[in-house]
Design a binder for this molecule. Sequence first.
Ligand code: SF4
Length: 62
Amino acid sequence: MGIELDTGRCIGAAMCVLHAPAVFTQDEGGVVALLPGGAVRDEDPEVEEAAQACPVQAIELR
Ligand code: SF4
């Protein structure tokens, strides 16, 4: 399983950062990014919540 981010779709709503602050962050433009080591926590329930909370489905878990 891995985390795939569609940065072109991200609107900077920050729901992912709220739900899983150890995994997601935002760059200077507000676009989602993974924190170092964040990808290894992709089976974390918080990550699943973050993916579900994203209003534009920019986080894909697979
Ligand atoms: S919740 Fe979605 S739109 Fe908001 S910052 Fe995260 S990836 Fe981007």
